[in-house]
Design a binder for this molecule. Structure first.
Ligand code: PBG
Length: 324
């Protein structure tokens, strides 16, 4: 005991601190979310996400090139669908020439080694802004699954490496895995949003895609923030149904869940640091109330320390630039 052991000895200089540091951040920790829109020459800033943009396909190319040159190896694609293509069946989601399908091909042509993951859920395509098919104010589970499986197959055909179902219907991983196997897409992976909470932190994302629910909320499918055991149940079920990677979402408020899951599963664990988390720090930094870069690094480190193998983050590019 003291003075034989003085813990401060390991903190005396940056050199010794770095030798004993337990958590290191590197470019290959990250997945970069990308928002894609129709048009040409479009790079528009998302009002509630300062410094983050929607790109048309022609400008997506240079963004992807930059990410690749920074050492970032994975992207997570989201599309903003024009209103006139939205309905209650998700039909546009299956269009082989749809925006998502073209975006997948664009990224693959630009950076063939980039891991392309795609969001699978109906909300950007839904006239109701819900993740599933709506009937009499309810979200239909099994009918939705059938469309999600077709949607995943369509992304696989366009060249997606992983599909990422973010809808929280029961049994969708099984339906998607089965269809992909039947159609010969044995190597297309599934990153399941397995513990996705009904969070108020998704607000800016819904601005980005104009995908806010038109009625009600998402509490009949996304999880109650008060629940912890349920996250394990959801995650184990998705693994049994064929998920290759599981995810916890949002990040910071849910790091207890991240550690629980990391200790309970033997597949890689992803964490999504969501739009509201990004917006909060940007706003506080703009006011001069927080040191942007220091808080950003602390948050990313905390997410990894909690157990994340992969972090989906709007800060990915900023972090990697800081590291170099
Ligand atoms: C769509 C989806 C959402 C996010 C990722 N995929 C929004 C939602 O479920 O309402 C949120 C991401 C973020 O806030 O950054 N199902």
């Amino acid at each position: 005991m003291y003075p034989l052991r003085r813990n401060r000895r390991l903190r005396t200089s940056e050199s010794i601190r770095s030798l004993v540091r337990e958590t290191l951040i590197a470019p290959d920790d990250f997945l970069v979310p990308l928002f894609v829109v129709e048009g040409k020459g479009v790079k528009e800033e998302i009002s509630s996400m300062p410094g983050y943009f929607r790109y048309s396909l022609d400008l997506l190319t240079s963004e992807v090139n930059e990410l690749w040159s920074l050492g970032l190896k994975g992207v997570l694609l989201f599309v903003k669908v024009p209103d006139e293509l939205k309905d209650n069946s998700g039909k546009e989601a299956l269009n082989p020439e749809g925006l998502m399908q073209r975006a997948i091909r664009t990224v693959k042509e630009t950076a063939p080694e980039m891991v392309v993951m795609t969001d699978v859920a109906l909300d950007p395509y839904s006239s109701f802004g819900h993740d599933g098919i709506v009937s009499e104010g309810k979200i239909l589970n099994d009918d939705t699954n059938a469309v999600l499986a077709e949607m995943a197959l369509s992304h696989a055909k366009a060249g997606a490496d992983f599909v990422a179902p973010s809808d929280m219907m029961d049994g969708r991983i099984f339906e998607i895995r089965t269809l992909l196997e039947d159609e010969g897409f044995h190597d297309t992976g599934i990153m399941s949003y397995s513990a996705k909470y009904a969070s108020a932190f998704y607000g800016p994302f819904r601005d980005a895609l104009d995908s806010a629910p038109g009625f009600g909320d998402k509490k009949t499918y996304q999880m109650d923030p008060a629940n912890r055991d349920e996250a394990i149940r959801e995650t184990l079920m998705d693994i049994n149904e064929g998920a290759d990677i599981v995810m916890v979402k949002p990040g910071l408020c849910y790091l207890d869940i991240v550690r629980d899951i990391r200790n309970s599963v033997d597949v890689p664990v992803a964490v999504y640091q969501v739009s509201g988390e990004y917006a909060m720090l940007k706003a506080a930094a703009e006011k001069g109330w927080l040191d942007h870069d220091a808080v950003m690094m602390e948050q990313i480190t905390a997410i990894k320390r909690a157990g994340a193998h992969i972090i989906a983050s709007y800060f990915a590019k900023d972090v990697v630039k800081m590291l170099s």
